[in-house]
Design a protein around this ligand. Structure first.
Ligand code: HEC
Length: 113
């Protein structure tokens, strides 16, 4: 393999690895924002949480990023608005976390983790 090509491949491999690690961090921070800001009182994810709002276990398959952001920033009749409560970075992390929630909720089923 030509040296220049192999350098390019290394750079590519390294940057996609770094990207995956960063995405993992975003998701972990988003999960912390979710439990620290009362979302869990109303929403369940994988059998943990409240039931005033919809189960979000599979929200990553159902909702676009834009729709999630809209809901979080503006709230709705039954959900408080978080646009003035959370920073933009916190909302980005929340969305990264919610986008990774892609399991079908099983009402009353065993917890799956
Ligand atoms: C007081 C209860 C309550 C709290 C707290 C709450 N929500 Fe909600 N949320 C709801 C309800 C109820 C809905 C359904 C839409 C409606 O009826 O207004 C909803 C809808 C949503 C939706 C769209 C879900 C879907 O299936 O369409 C998302 C995403 C969401 N909430 C995220 C959050 C996040 C993130 C937080 C915390 C920052 C949060 N919610 C806090 C009650 C709440």
């Amino acid at each position: 393999m030509k040296p220049r090509l192999s350098v390019a491949l290394w750079v590519l491999a390294f940057s996609s690895l770094a990207h995956a690690v960063m995405r993992g961090n975003e998701r972990a921070r988003g999960a912390a924002v979710f439990s620290a800001n009362g979302c869990l009182h109303c929403h369940s994810i994988n059998h943990a949480g409240g039931h005033r709002g919809p189960d979000l276990s599979d929200v990553g398959r159902r909702k676009s990023k834009i729709a999630m952001r809209w809901q979080i920033v503006h709230g709705s009749r039954a959900m408080p608005a978080y646009g003035d409560v959370l920073s933009r970075g916190q909302i980005d992390d929340l969305i990264a976390y919610l986008r990774s929630c892609r399991r079908a909720p099983v009402p009353g089923g065993p917890a799956r983790n």
